[in-house]
Design a protein around this ligand. Structure first.
Ligand code: ADP
Ligand code: MG
Length: 686
């Protein structure tokens, strides 16, 4: 057995439990060891029965001298027992656990009980204790120590996890694998110590040092893998680097309906340098919502086109794909570029289904093809693809990225994200990518005026919205409460309910439409097109509503139950408005009027950038919340947090040093076993 052994082969697990463990993101033996407790219970006081006092939480070790089932007057089933050690006896009770009598009657030896001692009349009693059979020469796992409590799932309890992890800790997969000099210089504890301490600490003071060591390892390995991927990527040498036709490029830029911002020009320079070189581009383009990433991508596509290459652009949803299709048509069609779109809702992506619809010509006739994941799942043959653009990268997995790359012959890859990842974090998590940031908004953009609206002002706010949108070209979004992370039936119901209420009771004189994820693609498309063309004044939608929607005349964003969102998420929603030089507004309604919730939201009234808000979110709600709904899978850190900026930086520097000295890890076979192969096609899917 090693770190990467699938959990179903770990002794005592098997396929059924392995499936359950997947829900906890536990796939391999190593995942089980790094499934770290979220808290501990201190059961380390082992007390003689004669010394017990009411109110103490203790471990008692003894033998059952009585153990029987009984019934209360009301017919409830009760277990009554007496446990005895050399100093005395103690009454023990359980409710409704008749199997305990069977279990312990066939066991004459010692048992350890854990619980809080109580007083029953003048007698001490231990109600509903946890129990563990004491085996000779075997340490206690669930009692008589500080005991870990883990994230659990159906069929997987902390007790079960403890037992499995305890025995895994005794195997060789916990051996130290980093160079001793490195560990000593950095002042870390050893890997085996860190693992045994994080799961079974002797004292709670030791936990932080263990966590730090394991967090370092996670970041270090992540960074090392990224460096390997980068090297692998750089092995592809392009026979025909792209040529840059300055004159035609300038002509296209001059034809745009606006002037590029200096920040856009800067990142375009980065991209041009990549495209000219003989190595495929692999760049992450980060820019706040509305900073104008699409046009940057369009320029890269234009250069590709001038080199007889095709471009693919993938959006996370069909609606966004449709929007890109329209935008790119607007930017590129005048220059003679054929833009196509290929969509097909999820249900269509079955082998037996008809081919995906393609507009703008047959496959092979386009210069730019816009699509969603569907581009990957269908065996679309895409020759001559020289550029792949991925919008909102955090929604795509590594696997999908690698398939895309395979569709072209080492195409250039540009990944775009609005997630405000701190630079240090980006360099570590996406260390295989080069980073460019658009750190400036287009000129003339007014700061979106944001108000947290209290319950009593709700009616007034509705009245104000009416005056803004009625008989004007301005429009409003009303975002319904966030209920569950995915677009569930209940979310749709809530939105439908809100829509009917607003239409009948609040805005009977206005034109309202409803948009939610359970509509078909066509329905969504119709609603959005009509909204874009001004057929509606207000669009009521669910929170998962397409993050990149670009409707410049929409100037009001109203968010219901805003306290349920992270600040950065609210900022993303707010970014749906303020896309022209008309003053835009964001109204945050709350369903909870606690001063804490209001205080947090008030930050949106003053802070304008995603980065500022991500930082505040981080301070107020902790790092796990920054990335909100979208974060999942392998992009997530298990042990380290994005707040560990210094540790992140340290891991990056150390990984780079080691990579420079021994990039194949020939001297460190144990570490080599830990890092996943740097081969692009072999990356474990998300
Ligand atoms: P995002 O970075 O969020 O994807 P978009 O690319 O959708 O942003 O751009 C937001 C809006 O700003 C679009 O309507 C786009 O046409 C416009 N835009 C982009 N760049 C500029 C610019 N330099 N000046 C003015 N408007 C711009
Ligand atoms: Mg966008």
């Amino acid at each position: 057995m090693d770190w990467h052994t699938p959990v179903r082969f770990v002794p005592g697990i098997g396929p059924i439990l392995a499936t359950k463990l997947e829900k906890l993101e536990i796939f391999i033996a190593g995942d089980l060891l790094t499934h770290i407790p979220f808290r501990y219970e201190d059961y380390s006081v082992i007390s003689k029965i004669a010394n017990l006092q009411a109110g103490e939480t203790v471990t008692v070790i003894g033998q059952f001298t009585t153990l029987k089932n009984a019934y209360t007057k009301r017919g409830f089933n009760l277990q009554k027992a007496v446990i005895t050690d050399e100093t005395g006896s103690l009454d023990v009770t359980w409710f409704n656990q008749p199997f305990l009598v069977k279990t312990f009657n066939s066991h004459a030896g010692l048992v350890a009980l854990v619980g809080k001692v109580d007083m029953n009349g003048f007698k001490l009693v231990l109600p509903s204790p946890q129990y563990e059979i004491v085996k000779p020469n075997t340490p206690l796992i669930h009692s008589g120590r500080i005991v870990p409590i883990y994230p659990e799932t159906a069929g997987i309890t902390s007790k079960w996890l403890r037992t499995r992890i305890f025995s895994l800790l005794e195997t060789s997969i916990t051996h130290e694998y980093l160079p001793t000099t490195l560990i000593n210089t950095l002042g870390f504890i050893s890997f085996p110590d860190a693992l045994s301490t994080i799961h079974f600490p002797k004292s709670l003071n030791q936990v932080e040092a263990a966590r730090r060591r394991l967090a370092f390892d996670e970041l270090f390995i992540r960074q090392f893998e990224a460096l390997m991927k980068r090297r692998e990527w750089n092995k592809h040498i392009l026979t025909k680097p792209l040529q840059i036709n300055e004159q035609r490029l300038q002509k296209l830029i001059a034809s745009l309906p606006f002037t590029l911002t200096p920040a856009q020009e800067k990142v375009i320079d980065h991209i041009i340098a990549d495209l000219k070189s003989n190595k495929p581009m692999n760049r992450l383009l980060q820019g706040d919502v509305g900073s104008g990433k699409t046009v940057v991508a369009a320029i890269a596509m234009y250069i590709t086109y001038l080199n007889q290459g095709k471009s693919l652009i993938m959006a996370p949803t069909e609606i966004l794909a449709e929007q890109h299709y329209q935008t790119l048509n607007e930017f590129l069609t005048p220059s003679g570029i054929k833009v196509g779109i290929q969509t097909g809702s999820k249900k269509d992506i079955k082998p037996s289904s008809p081919p995906l619809k393609l507009r703008g010509g047959r496959v092979g006739l386009f210069d730019v093809l816009v699509g969603t994941h569907a581009l990957l799942e269908k065996k679309v043959k895409l020759d001559d693809v020289k550029l792949v653009v991925i919008d909102e990268q955090h929604r795509f997995g590594v696997k999908q990225r690698s398939i895309l790359r395979e569709k072209g012959e080492s195409p250039h890859v540009l990944t775009m994200t609005a997630t405000p990842i701190p630079r240090t974090v980006a360099l570590t998590l996406y260390g295989d990518l080069d980073l460019s940031v658009i750190d400036q908004m287009p000129k003339g953009r007014k700061t979106i005026k944001t108000w947290v609206v209290s319950q009593i002002k709700r009616a007034a706010a509705y009245g104000w919205i009416r005056t803004q949108v009625k008989n004007t070209s301005q429009q409003a979004f009303i975002v319904c409460p966030f209920i569950e992370p995915s677009e569930s039936i209940s979310t749709v119901k809530a939105a439908t309910h809100e829509f009917n209420h607003l239409r009948a009771d609040v805005f009977p004189d206005l034109r309202l439409a409803l948009l939610h994820g359970k509509l078909t693609y066509r329905q969504k498309q119709t609603v959005l097109t009509d909204f874009r063309h001004g057929k509606y004044d207000i669009l009521v939608c669910t929170p998962v509503v397409e993050v990149g929607i670009d409707i410049p005349q929409a100037t009001i964003m109203l968010v219901e139950a805003a306290e349920r969102f992270g600040l950065a998420q609210l900022h993303q929603l707010r970014g749906r408005v303020g896309r022209s030089d008309t003053q835009s507004y964001c109204l945050l309604f709350t369903s909870e009027n606690t001063s804490q919730a209001l205080g947090r939201l008030k930050h949106l009234e003053t802070a304008a950038t995603g980065a500022e808000l991500a930082e505040l979110d981080f301070k107020i709600r902790g790092p796990g919340q920054i990335y909100g709904l979208a974060q999942h899978g392998r992009d997530q850190l298990k042990i380290a947090t994005f707040g560990d900026l210094q540790l992140i930086e340290l891991a990056r520097i150390e990984a780079q040093k080691l990579f420079a000295a021994d990039s194949t890890l020939s001297q460190l076979p144990l570490l080599k076993e830990r890092v996943r192969s740097g081969k692009i096609g072999e990356i474990v899917p998300d």
